[in-house]
Design a protein around this ligand. Structure first.
Ligand code: IMP
Ligand code: MG
Length: 179
């Protein structure tokens, strides 16, 4: 087991890069089967998904496109509270087969709020690929279609995920030390 320090916290090895790469290749293989002739548009959510999205996309062999957006949260005037909007979405997604690529679904708040807005633009289909999912942390329902790993409700860093801006460049996934 390897321990790394990120900012003020200690993290220990959780899922190694070899296993991660194998799983990401398997997800891509599934996409290669499911998206034959559909020219899917992958939409990576920055910042967390950039490494997962790159590795996933590298393993996709059917014609496909990729773009990245940032999500910004602001106080809405509706009773639902915060509204999440996409920044930098230049593609016309009407009629496209869209795959949202996320690093992790935690409470589900982000995607639960954002997906209906994507649907308003009438994509031909809309699926979610996430590297990680924490089912025990879910507060808002989100159904991911392609999931790398389901993990317990512990904080993780590496493979694109950060703690306080740091740790995204770790090739393995690490979990917060409990002691
Ligand atoms: P949600 O809206 O609660 O599903 O939160 C999703 C976002 O929270 C992710 O895109 C991450 O940026 C962040 N997040 C949730 N859990 C973790 C974690 O364990 N490590 C790093 N970032 C996390
Ligand atoms: Mg994120």
């Amino acid at each position: 087991m390897t321990v790394v320090h990120v900012q003020d916290k200690r993290f220990e090895t959780y899922i190694g890069s070899v296993e991660i790469n194998k799983r990401v290749a398997a997800l891509a293989a599934q996409l290669n089967t499911d998206y034959v002739g559909l020219n899917p548009l992958l939409l990576g959510i920055l910042n967390g998904s950039f490494i997962f999205a790159a590795d996933l996309f590298r393993n996709i062999t059917v014609p496909a496109e990729i773009s990245f957006i940032k999500l910004a949260s602001y106080k809405g005037t509706t009773s639902t509270g915060n509204v999440i909007t996409a920044i930098g979405l230049e593609e016309n997604i009407a009629g496209r087969h869209v795959i949202i690529v996320e690093d992790i679904i935690d409470t589900g708040r982000t995607l639960h709020s954002f997906l209906p807005q994507v649907m308003l633009q009438q994509p031909a289909s809309l699926k979610i690929a996430c590297f990680l999912s924490k089912p025990d942390a879910r507060e808002y329902q989100v159904d991911a279609d392609y999931i790398g790993f389901e993990i317990p409700n512990n904080f993780v860093v590496g493979y694109g995920l950060d703690y306080d801006g740091q740790g995204r460049n770790l090739p393995d996934l690490y979990t917060l030390c409990t002691d």
